[in-house]
Design a protein around this ligand. Sequence first.
Ligand SMILES: [Zn+2]
Length: 516
Amino acid sequence: MKKISPLFILLFLLLVQSGFGQTKDPVVESIVKEATENSQLEKLAHELMDVIGPRLVGSPQMMQAHEWAVAKYKSWNITAKNEKWGEWRGWERGVSHIDMVSPRVKSLEGMQLAWSPGTGGKTVTAEVMILPDVADSVAFQKWLPSAKGKFVMISMNQPTGRPDYNWQEFATKESFEKMKKDRDVQTEAWANRLKKTGYTTRTLPVALEKAGAAGIVMSYWSKGFGANKIFGAYTKTIPTVDISLEDYGLLYRLSESGHTPKISVRADAKETGVSTTFNTIGEIRGTEKPDEYVMLSAHFDSWDGGTGATDNGTGTIVMMEAMRILKKVYPNPKRTILVGHWGSEEQGLNGSRAFVEDHPEIVKNIQAVFNQDNGTGRVINISGQGFLNAYDYIGRWLSKVPESIKAPIETRFPGAPGAGGSDYASFVAAGAPAFSLSSLNWSYGTYTWHTNRDTYDKIVFDDVRSNAILAAIMAYQASEDPVKTSREKSILPLNAEGKPGAWPEQRKPIRRGGLD
Ligand SMILES: [Zn+2]
């Protein structure tokens, strides 16, 4: 008989350890099969993003989304409810029509900001003027009356509508450098122009409103073709509209060259009073340890320039799909599996902070929270969030995930506790093991994050499907784990002042927002 060399045995053991010949887990297999062969992601995305639309806190669409989610869960035989946690200013977006009517006619691409006052059912036509470059705040006060009846442009005119990556590809090095230098100078000059008024970007629109301006015109370019970020308005009686870089530049140049452009604005918006804010909570009850919890987590609200497709429609449908699959293939989990769809993450993690504050008994008994909230991409990073032993259980659970999904994931242990950014931080602050399933970026910051381009077509369903499988397997594994997860915190590295780093503190949610 031939002798087997020890080296061969060692190699064989290594292969076994690395998953070669790993015994197949029937639940994992069923999760993959269900996610692949019976995916509901496209349907969920269409219903949420296209039919309901964006989910601004306090808007009727946010409420509609909560009701839709509960009905969806019921149709899958999953218990779900909407839990009240606060109140917010109610506002409903109507149409925004912005047209240049002089010196020629052109319909402009733009929309009112969230919470912008409308034009009271009328179309307001007025001249557009550029915020003047005054000597100081005294001079600005003297100028202010000239804003009466005008639309005032308060953003810098971008020198180029081409993103830097486009310059990088085609410009000569000299020309790219020159453009960047000029843009820096211009950006500083514009910041100075604003500063000299004596107001900030927040208070300037209000000052112009008080002076009788017809409206505020701005353009918050997101540094990609066609993409603008759309946040909230500060005005109380006159509309604040955001206009695409191209159309803003057109108005700006016409104004500069003395062609006194005029625009017509029709903005409909409805104040709907005080609106109740909710979290949608779904549950698959545990059989052996019902009072220990595994939680899937994603914020449900969005900004409303687009439809919140990747922020955070994708995180939302990942967790819904994971719950649907778990209920089907793993209906009797050991621990209770919860899903949290949070309200008002965008204004400061309010829904999840409220949940943590309202449910200490759950937070105390959390096995793990998995949150996803940075776009449509497949997960490529998981940090241990500063929990000393996270490497042990996260590592074990991940070992059950199919190689193609697991391979690109970089883990960092113990990592540092997240103090914000998304809802896992609300749990980390309370000492509960909560983790971010962090995605490949797909130009998230430039093209979709809080932009008018965050829409269904930006969803990469194969990546989202892979994330639903990952979330379902991690929840399954966390539920089955024979031991409760350790919450021991690592000693944090010294901070800038040379003092030991401190664990983030639990913070209170805003329970009454946008209401004076
Ligand atoms: Zn988000």
